[in-house]
Design a protein around this ligand. Structure first.
Ligand code: PGA
Length: 244
């Protein structure tokens, strides 16, 4: 990979405060790139701020402010100094029933608040086996980005995460990933008439397979779940992705 690549850590709903303290000691001073974006559980964000990496939310509300118990808005995140957010992670789509319409609203709120968004898209195993991958991705791309202007798309990167690869230890072949990434780039270019969009790969990325994944020329970085919880593994991934 290379210098303009991104490494995003999605820590999900993991770790307690003592574990976070140990983790932060292990990464302290070791990450010196604003192309590394760590997305801890929202509650823990303040522990991660003011470092030489970026902090992201794992999702944000589709509303700005008000009576929405439990939600955190983009306006609030930005006021804390958080500039990134994931939107549309498959765990939110599948387990928490987040629809394309909700995702489109969240995209708009995040972008209008000045955030950079990592939009997650990906197909299920069934869709993969029935050759539906590109149809599903096209629908997700179109429905999620529909409310944005061409200029606002510069605040978006895409993370291609096949659902069947997340947390499973199974990774598509480099050829399969390359084919899909190129398709996504081409589709977005055609549909929205923009020059370039960063596309990351996510799904069982770890310290063992990162060298192999680095041979894919079209990807602009990786989104790491489980392996981001282990400081040593995460630092190794960063070293490989950001080297050269
Ligand atoms: P994983 O998760 O790396 O544990 O597969 C990736 C993700 O859910 O973003």
């Amino acid at each position: 990979m290379g210098n303009n690549k991104f490494v995003v850590g999605n820590m999900k709903m993991n770790m307690t405060v003592p574990e976070i303290s140990r983790y932060l000691k292990e990464i302290d001073g070791a990450i010196t790139s604003n192309h590394v974006i760590l997305c801890p559980t929202n509650l823990y964000s303040p522990y991660f701020l003011k470092q030489s990496y970026q902090v992201g939310c794992q999702t944000i509300s589709e509303y700005d402010m008000g009576s929405y118990t439990g939600e955190v808005s983009a306006v609030q995140a930005v006021s804390m100094g958080i500039r990134y957010t994931l939107i549309g992670h498959s765990e939110r789509r599948v387990t928490l029933h987040e629809t394309d319409t909700v995702i489109a609203h969240k995209m708009k709120k995040a972008i209008e608040s000045g955030m950079q968004v990592i939009l997650c898209i990906g197909e299920s195993l069934e869709e993969f086996h029935s050759g539906m991958t590109k149809t599903v991705l096209t629908r997700q791309i179109q429905n999620s980005l529909i409310e944005l202007t061409q200029q606002q798309l510069s605040q978006v990167m895409i993370a291609y995460e096949p659902i069947w690869a997340i947390g499973s230890g199974i990774v598509p072949t480099n050829e399969e990933i390359e084919d899909v990434i190129l398709y996504i780039k081409q589709k977005i270019k055609e549909t929205f008439d923009i020059d370039y969009i960063n596309v990351l790969y996510g799904g069982s990325v770890n310290d063992k397979n990162i060298n192999e994944l680095s041979n894919i020329t079209s990807i602009d970085g990786v989104l790491v779940g489980g392996a981001s919880l282990d400081a040593h593994k995460f630092l190794k991934i960063i070293e490989v992705v950001l080297s050269e």
